[in-house]
Structures are given as structure tokens and as C-alpha cells.
Write a protein that binds this ligand. Structure first.
Ligand code: ZN
Length: 272
């Protein structure tokens, strides 16, 4: 199919239609949402899948500042934190993913300074603190009530805001984690540069995103695809062989199925 627009990442026109999606029930989060449909498009050249149209920066920021009622779903923030952090290790997805990271980093490497980008209510920071007992913990989170919760319930230093070139500018980390964030970011190249600048040489970066195989395993109208703040869908090929290439080496990657039957791509990189 011929499109008049190009791939927002590689700027090529070699594009393929994947599927159409309706936005349903998001008016309360994005009051000026004009479109009620969007398409998912694959770029044949770089393998990024992207949504068109995409929410503007202003719409996205409005949405994140008003996430509260959507995400806590009838639980108080503290009930949410207690429920997630009280799962035993064998049932805790956070524990499982951090054990996967811990087993892959070299035994001589002690991640004593850790940043979680998009740290939400702090549940991953809580588990990081239990696995890496001596580590200093830091988080950055745009939604204020999440940032407040994580400041109160973890020992991490939290910045309420967006991760950019100024975030923790006086710090260098040896492990950065970033779960379910990349699919929300307008400028992926800026993220790679900023995250690289905050990592020490040979430091580790853990990325977790929705995996493109969701398009095969979930119903076409699944809410995973109609979440309007998701701008991109990723494959390991795009992330490993395109976006992070030349800056990071791949340690390992895998796709896991979550308890909600969604596919998450986990990748551990090391800064060159
Ligand atoms: Zn492309």
C-alpha cells in the first residue's frame, strides 16, 4: 500500500498496513481526542511498527497527569503497592525478571547504583532493593501520585518528571531498568542518547516492551492495541539491530507471556 507519509524512525516510504484499531473509552483521559480510529503500520526497512495518527505531546502529557483513576482501579495506592509486593517470588513477575537479569550479569559486577525509568508506584524498585541489597536506588516517574507513592514506600530517590538529558545529570548508573516505557516515547533516538549518557561504560540496560508477537496471539480488538498512548510496537530485530545498535551490545533477550496473556519482550544490553 502506498502512503503519503514515511516511517517516523528511518524516514523511508516502504510501508505495509498491518491492522486498524479503534480508540474506545479514552475520552475521559484525552478530552480533545479527535480521531476514533488509527492504523498500525509496519516499516519494511527498519522493522518498526508504528501507529498513525499518534497522540500529540500535549495529549500524552495530559493523559499521564490524569492516569490515577485508570490505573489504581478501585484500590488505594498503598493497597496496590502491598498487593504487588506481597506476591511470593515464584508468583512475582518483578522478581522473575530481576532474577533473569541478575543471572546474566557477570559475577564480578555489583550493580550498586540503579535507576528505574518510568518507575510507576515503585514496585520494581522495591524488588530491586530486595535483590541488590547494597544498591542505591533512583527512579523517575511523570505521574505525580505514582511518584509520591514510590517516594513513601521505597528507599529510592524519586524525581517526579520525564526522563530527559537533565535527569540525574550528576549521576552515573551501572544498571538502568526501563519497563513498558519505550512504546510511549515520541523520540526514541533521544532516549538512546540520554540513557547511554547516564550509564557507566560496561553498565547494563534492561528494556521491557510489548512484543510484536501480540499481533499473532491476541484478538484484533484487544485493548493492548487500542491503548492510545502506545505509539510503537517493537520486535527484537528493531531494538537489537537498529535502535540500540552501535551503542549497546546484546547480552540476551527473550519473550515472556504475562499472567494477562500478553507477550513482553525483555532485552538486556551492555553499554559498549
Ligand atoms: Zn523505518
Amino acid at each position: 500500500m502506498h502512503y503519503k507519509f514515511y516511517c517516523p524512525h528511518c524516514k523511508n516510504y516502504n510501508l505495509k498496513f498491518r491492522q486498524e484499531q479503534e480508540f474506545a473509552g479514552y475520552d475521559f483521559l484525552v478530552p480533545d481526542l479527535k480521531e476514533n480510529k488509527r492504523e498500525w503500520i509496519d516499516c519494511i526497512d527498519c522493522n518498526l511498527s508504528f501507529s498513525t495518527p499518534r497522540l500529540s505531546k500535549r495529549q500524552l502529557e495530559y493523559m499521564y497527569s490524569n492516569y490515577r483513576s485508570e490505573l489504581f482501579r478501585g484500590e488505594s495506592p498503598d493497597e496496590y503497592f502491598d498487593r504487588i509486593t506481597n506476591y511470593p517470588p515464584e508468583e512475582s513477575e518483578n522478581f522473575q525478571k530481576l532474577a533473569w537479569i541478575r543471572d546474566k550479569i557477570t559475577s564480578k559486577f555489583n550493580p550498586n547504583k540503579i535507576l528505574d525509568i518510568g518507575s510507576g508506584g515503585g514496585v520494581l524498585l522495591h524488588t530491586l532493593g530486595n535483590i541488590f541489597l547494597d544498591a542505591d536506588l533512583f527512579g523517575v516517574e511523570p505521574t505525580s501520585n505514582f511518584a509520591e507513592l514510590s517516594s513513601r514506600r521505597t528507599r529510592a530517590e524519586i524525581v517526579n518528571g520525564y526522563f530527559d538529558d537533565k535527569t540525574f545529570i550528576d549521576h552515573q548508573f551501572n544498571l538502568i531498568t526501563c519497563c513498558q516505557v519505550l512504546e510511549h516515547l515520541e523520540n526514541l533516538n533521544d532516549f538512546v542518547e540520554n540513557v547511554s549518557n547516564r550509564l557507566i561504560k560496561n553498565g547494563y540496560l534492561y528494556i521491557e516492551v510489548p512484543d510484536i508477537s501480540d499481533f499473532q496471539t491476541l484478538e484484533i480488538n484487544h485493548s493492548r492495541f487500542s491503548e492510545p498512548s502506545h505509539l510503537w510496537y517493537f520486535s527484537s530485530d528493531f531494538l537489537c539491530n537498529n535502535l540500540f545498535k552501535n551503542v549497546f551490545s546484546i547480552i540476551d533477550f527473550t519473550v515472556i507471556k504475562t499472567v494477562r496473556n500478553r507477550n513482553n519482550l525483555m532485552i538486556l544490553f551492555q553499554k559498549d
